[in-house]
Design a protein around this ligand. Structure first.
Ligand SMILES: Cc1cc2nc3c(=O)[nH]c(=O)nc-3n(C[C@H](O)[C@H](O)[C@H](O)COP(=O)(O)OP(=O)(O)OC[C@H]3O[C@@H](n4cnc5c(N)ncnc54)[C@H](O)[C@@H]3O)c2cc1C
Length: 435
């Protein structure tokens, strides 16, 4: 007879690990099921890839809109507490700079109003002021010029590997189990009213029986066999190409004064759009310091339409020449004196929902099945609140968030706008929001 767990959390990534902490704290008997980070990405299975196997994700309280602002600021406010309780450091408070095109000053006004309402300290700075304070920063030639939103405190970057391990450690201390395995199928045993999960790990295949299931398996969720009954969500996967610039020792002190930087260009100019994100020098596991740059959703960011394409993108770690050219040009503009010792690329995947928000809730009328999926390329910093809300949905608790619950309702694939002429739908056009 298989053991029966109260809640099986499928996916030990950013959303799953956060949900596991909140669930186990509420007294639920939780089993988290997810593979460990692959040692060799070239031969890893599709279940093992995730967006959290890196050293840095930008974090701040300021959000692109009220929804993301709420998720991000509520998570961010708990980061220090999670560090202290777990004993795992993951938050680097180097500050955050958002460079907004002046042509969307109304949007900047709105963001600032929201920050004021929530007590988030943000300075609105001219480009000249920013260049004086951060002499390494170049000027982006955006139409109408640029202004900056600078958060000096409670903002910077988090280490996603370490945040996940902190969440899992705290979940473990509250009684959660962790099974290093991939779930290959989930089905409802209607007669017993229980879920049966097939999990494949190094020591073979096991069946897990669970009263409730939370699926938090990220970009591969439509392709990894976990959504029961052939359910497909409105979820599209895209390449997320990065360049890592190795910082020369004599440039390190100066460049380490930079905050994280995100630029917002609202002009629909294809690959000439200047939306991007940049991280200050970060020490990677090879002991070297790198600055990392990534794009917005320019056309060079291609859709991955099959599981084979997604797996190949992760395994090959080869960004395209057009992606490399774009990122090189942008790095030259934004940090003209970088003078990298070496440059390497990294290939990751992000997923997009037509609502632009994560799905947190039940994909159908069965309230024993919940999903937390759809980081939309910036789910790391809001992950703890996304996990908390998902835990509440799993346990059937009253909705406890100023953002209405239906904002996060999972949408079936049939809701995805498809364009006959191959052009991108509005939700994938500039402005792309804040990475
Ligand atoms: C290059 C890059 C830069 C980014 N920058 C930022 C940033 O600056 N700020 C920010 O906030 N966000 C950023 N993000 C986004 C952020 O990393 C994601 O939104 C976040 O990781 C999503 O969390 P998740 O739990 O949904 O998915 P993931 O973190 O990908 O976790 C999914 C987990 O599910 C597991 N899994 C998959 N299939 C199975 C299965 N069948 N059985 C069991 N487990 C399974 C995977 O192994 C993985 O561990 C970035 C993403 C990328 C790729």
């Amino acid at each position: 007879m298989s053991e029966i767990v109260e809640v099986a959390v499928v996916g030990a990534g950013m959303f799953g690990s956060a949900a596991a902490r909140h669930l186990s704290r509420s007294g639920a008997r939780v089993l988290v099921i997810g593979p460990a980070e692959p040692e060799d990405g070239a031969s890893a299975s599709r279940h093992a890839f995730g967006a959290h196997f890196d050293e840095a994700r930008i974090t701040r309280r300021l959000g692109w809109d009220e929804v993301w602002g709420t998720l991000d600021s509520r998570s961010q406010e708990r980061f220090r507490e999670i560090e202290t309780e777990s004993g795992v450091d993951f938050f680097h408070e180097c500050g955050s700079l958002v460079l907004m095109a002046r042509s969307i000053g109304h949007r900047t006004d709105g963001i600032l109003r929201q920050c004021a309402a929530e007590g988030i300290a943000v300075e609105r700075r001219t480009e000249d002021e920013l260049c004086a304070e951060f002499p390494d920063l170049g000027r982006l030639p955006m139409v109408g010029g640029v202004e900056g939103l600078l958060e000096r405190e409670q903002a910077g970057y988090l280490n996603p590997r370490r945040l996940v391990s902190a969440q899992l450690e705290l979940a473990r201390r509250s009684g959660a189990g962790l099974l290093r395995a991939a779930v290959t199928s989930i089905r409802k045993d209607a007669a017993a009213g229980l879920w049966r999960l097939r999990a494949e790990g190094d020591d073979g295949t096991r069946e897990i029986v669970a009263e409730r299931v939370l699926i938090a398996t990220g970009a591969f969720s439509n392709h990894n066999g976990v959504l029961p009954g052939g359910t497909q969500l409105a979820l599209r996967a895209f390449t997320e190409p990065n360049l890592l610039f190795e910082v020369a020792p004599d440039r390190l002190d100066s460049l380490r004064r930079l905050p994280t930087v995100v630029t917002v260009d609202p002009e629909d100019t294809g690959d000439d759009n200047m939306s991007l994100y940049l991280l200050p020098p970060i020490r990677y596991p090879d002991g070297r310091w790198y600055m990392r740059i990534g794009p917005g959703m320019q056309p060079i960011v291609q859709e991955l339409c099959s599981v084979d394409a997604m797996v190949a993108w992760y395994r090959d770690q080869q960004i395209t020449p057009a992606q490399e050219a774009f990122l090189t040009t942008m790095a030259d503009l934004l940090v003209p004196g970088l003078k990298a010792e070496s440059v390497r690329s990294a290939a990751c995947i992000i997923e997009k929902t037509p609502s632009k928000y994560p799905y947190i809730g039940h994909p159908d009328e069965d309230e024993t099945l919940t999903v937390a999926i759809g980081g939309n390329g910036h789910g790391a910093r809001g992950s703890d609140e996304i996990g908390r809300l998902a835990a509440g949905e799993v346990l059937g608790l009253p909705w406890d968030c100023p953002v209405p619950r239906d904002v996060f309702t999972p949408l079936a694939a049939s809701h995805h706008p498809q364009e006959a002429d191959g052009s991108r739908p509005d939700f994938l056009k500039p402005p792309f929001g804040l990475c």
